[in-house]
Design a protein around this ligand. Structure first.
Ligand code: DUC
Ligand code: ZN
Ligand code: ZN
Ligand code: ZN
Length: 497
């Protein structure tokens, strides 16, 4: 009876409550919750006594087999999702990143082709806008209406960044379509200048990376994106918030009426910028991602506290893996070190360790920031992101009293390095159930290539996450944005005077 499963004696955790109850699964769906359930004979029973039964992790930020900075990230959709499952993540949302000028629709199809037959768990897609024109505008509509895409990412750094007027147009289009605008927030223009300056000064090593992109460069871009989104009145999602000042900027804008969500990364919570000073070149280069880890070593704890306070709402991995050899493309020029780190496998453990085990968040908040909030914001809730009757059986039996040590010797990803090397993590995913199938069984990985499928993420998600914003849809409140009512009033006043 592969298709029937009873998880007994555990504590189910949702964002709002912990309940001692059993979970009965049939044909990939949660069918019953409670004690003393009536179950057909031949059902497999998993004993979860003393363990938490949590919704499978949703990683809203990955880059599998991504062509970037002259090379391709090595975890493909098979190995990357296999590793995800090993770590207790049962859905990823990857980024389609079209070449500049390429049709975003064609690029989307290409991503589907890369992923569909390979994925071990369900996946969704965001689409990046690397150019801005009428064709892109038209294809955005098609992606939203026909292909289950509800989020578009704009880079403010890298060669393919959008300029402010283009961001404005893209945000406006997102607003029209009910999609979520996402930004990679760093000031690309200033980074370029800084790289030139540092090189002229003779800085070539990995330490130059963070020096060229300090916190203020991130905070400035967060502010600019917030200001534009407020003027356009569209919801905004800042991916990979990596610093205190960027978070504070985000908070300040939200407090002033900007509709903005913030995601931070397992990397930012589990490690820090002191690694760029490591004597081993490969070690430093291995930690390079953008925005970078921060030299202020109190940052990880601070970001966790921001997650606890709902200043930040979600956690991703930005999983984008390059081997030592690939990183060597930047030997002698830090700006050519491919940007990216691991995280899809270890995110759940790292956040449990740094968040729950260290007493900053409780298991409910843990579920919210690793799963529920992503499900809500990308509109797959309550199908995913909770333990509820009718939901997909994406479930993790989490044993909080076991520990494991993260190591590249035992990890399931394709690189010969792990940014969390040596970290002892309390909390182990003992069973990981993906669409009703036991894919980690007593800690043994049994992921199945092609078991996952593409999951459509329909539009209007941000409005569903924040129902009070529904009003604004029909009658925009004036949050400081220049709107027609405001303008008419102002002009009328001028005429009277
Ligand atoms: N940052 C990274 O470090 N890697 C992939 C893309 C990005 O924005
Ligand atoms: Zn990014
Ligand atoms: Zn070395
Ligand atoms: Zn990314």
């Amino acid at each position: 009876a592969q298709n029937r499963l009873l998880i007994k004696n555990g504590k189910t955790v949702n964002e709002n409550e912990i309940v001692e109850q059993d979970v009965y699964v049939e044909d990939g769906i949660i069918k019953q919750l409670g004690r003393n359930l009536l179950i057909p004979g031949g059902t497999r029973v998993i004993d979860a006594r003393g363990k938490y039964v949590i919704p499978g992790g949703i990683d809203p930020h990955t880059h599998m087999q991504f062509e970037f900075m002259g090379t391709t990230s090595v975890d493909d959709f098979y190995q990357g999702t296999k590793a995800a499952v090993a770590g207790g993540t049962t859905m990823i949302i990857d980024f389609v990143v079209p070449k500049q000028g390429e049709s975003i629709l064609d690029s989307y199809y290409a991503w589907r082709q890369k992923a569909d037959d390979k994925v071990c768990c369900d996946y969704g897609l965001h689409v990046a806008l690397t150019s801005w024109n009428d064709k892109v505008k038209g294809e955005m509509k098609t992606l939203c209406e026909k292909h289950g895409v509800n989020s578009f990412k704009m880079f403010m750094a890298y060669d393919f960044y959008l300029k402010d007027d283009e961001l404005y147009g893209a945000f406006q289009r997102c607003r029209e379509l009910g999609a979520l605008a996402q930004v990679h927030a760093e000031n690309g223009l200033i980074i370029k200048k800084n790289v030139e300056k540092l090189k002229a000064f003779g800085v070539t090593g990995p330490e130059g990376h963070e020096m060229s992109r300090p916190e203020c460069i991130e905070a400035e871009a967060v502010n600019r994106a917030c200001v534009i989104s407020k003027q356009v009145d569209c919801p905004l999602y800042v991916v990979h918030v990596m610093s205190k000042s960027a978070t504070e900027t985000l908070k300040e804008n939200r407090d002033n009426g900007t509709w903005v969500y913030g995601e931070t990364l397992a990397a930012a919570l589990g490690t820090d910028g002191s690694n760029y000073k490591h004597s081993c070149w490969h070690h430093s280069a291995g930690h390079i991602l953008s925005p970078p880890l921060r030299p202020d070593t109190t940052t990880p704890k601070c970001l966790m506290e921001y997650l606890a306070q709902d200043v930040l709402q979600l956690t991703g991995s930005d999983h984008c893996t390059f081997t030592r050899e690939q990183k060597e493309m930047g030997k002698g020029d830090f700006s050519k070190i491919p940007n990216g780190v691991n995280g899809v496998e270890d995110r759940m453990s790292v956040i449990w360790e740094k968040g729950v085990h260290s007493g900053i968040i409780d298991p409910c908040r843990y579920v919210a920031i690793t799963s529920t909030n992503a499900a809500k914001l990308f509109n797959v809730y309550p199908r995913k992101g909770c333990i509820a009757v009718g939901s997909d059986a994406d479930i993790v039996v989490w044993n909080p009293s076991k520990t494991r040590v993260i190591s590249s010797k035992t990890h399931n990803i394709a690189i010969d390095f792990n940014i969390f090397e040596g970290m002892e993590c309390h909390g182990v995913p003992e069973y990981v159930i993906v669409n009703g199938r036991v894919c980690v069984d007593e800690e043994q990985l049994r992921a199945v290539q092609g078991h996952g499928k593409f999951v459509e993420t329909p539009c209007w998600a941000p409005f569903i996450y924040a129902p009070e914003k529904m009003d604004e849809l029909t009658a925009p409140k004036n949050n400081g944005a220049l709107n027609e009512i405001e303008l008419t009033n102002k002009l009328a006043k001028i005429e009277l005077e």
